[in-house]
Write a new protein. Structure first.
Length: 296
């Protein structure tokens, strides 16, 4: 393990330890302070976040609204991290109390068909708490995560989420992960995927906030292979609690990938417009993202 990975692992181990001996109000203050430092330093991730917020707001990069949304989104993101680490000292009752859900019946209907259910969402709010609620309520919940280095760090995240009945698979090749998720769906599991950006140059062309970009093709491919509808979900903070809303399923039969994923993008746009500060997108989404603001 190189020095950088050792430092990264050490920082995360400390972060997981803090909730054991620190009152929650102090934890919140600490992460607010860290978010503020990130705002001042203006890392490439913060610059990308601000550009993404400018697309959401429909205003220029340095408008008051865009800057305000970026500040709030950055602090919302660190609220997510504070809650994620704190959750490891909590029980299932805490998770059920913190989660506010809408349209749960959409998921119940899908599972009643015994073919599993496919939920797609954005990197928003506390998606880990939403996943924990699903795991506690339905038991068989799986997702895919980008493989982290060092491996020990990735294993820490897997262990933390396993407490709440979440199974995490590392993102490997497209073919192998689709096969794995197909096997899970055949056991009537819930597959939850964050699908607001693609990890490769491949993807499905869509329009988001009036500009061309790509969303991952995986959800469409899985839905087609398993004859499933896609259930869009939205997650956002309401104070310290997390709300998850499920939308009417999107039919995939007889539709192209572009048609289906555009419907997904439309839901993402609707919810990101209503709760923009909850969209924690620090990566490039649109290909015309300027280099001076963190674009490639």
């Amino acid at each position: 393990m190189n020095f950088k990975n050792q430092v990264t692992l050490g920082i995360f181990k400390i972060a997981w330890t803090i909730p054991r001996f620190t009152p929650e109000f102090l934890q919140r203050g600490l992460y607010w302070f860290i978010a503020t430092i990130g705002w001042i330093v203006r890392t490439p991730g913060v610059k990308r976040l601000q550009f993404n917020m400018s697309r959401v707001s429909g205003e220029n990069y340095w408008s008051i609204r865009t800057v305000s949304l970026t500040w709030r989104a950055l602090h919302s993101y660190f609220k997510y991290w504070q809650q994620l680490f704190a959750m490891q000292e909590k029980d299932e009752k805490y998770v059920l109390n913190q989660a506010l859900t809408e349209n749960k019946e959409v998921l119940d209907v899908a599972l009643s068909r015994k073919k599993g259910a496919l939920i797609v969402a954005t990197h928003s709010g506390n998606w880990d708490l939403a996943g924990a609620w699903l795991g506690i309520t339905y038991k068989n919940v799986v997702t895919v995560a980008e493989k982290l280095e060092p491996r020990e760090l990735f294993d820490l995240f897997i262990k933390a989420r396993k407490r709440f009945n979440l199974t995490i698979y590392p993102h490997t090749s497209k073919e192998s992960i689709i096969e794995t998720l197909q096997n899970e769906l055949s056991q009537n599991s819930i597959v939850g995927l964050v699908a607001d950006r693609t990890l490769s140059s491949r993807g499905v062309p869509v329009t988001l906030f009036g500009y061309a970009c790509k969303l991952p093709a995986g959800p469409y491919a899985i839905a087609q292979l398993h004859s499933l509808e896609i259930i869009p979900g939205a997650i956002w903070f309401e104070g310290v609690k997390t709300r998850m809303k499920l939308f009417p399923p999107i039919a995939t039969s007889g539709k192209s990938a572009e048609e289906v994923m555009q419907e997904v993008a439309d839901v993402f746009q609707e919810m990101s417009s209503l709760h923009p500060e909850n969209w924690h997108m620090f990566q490039q989404v649109w290909p015309d993202h300027p280099k001076k603001w963190g674009g490639r």
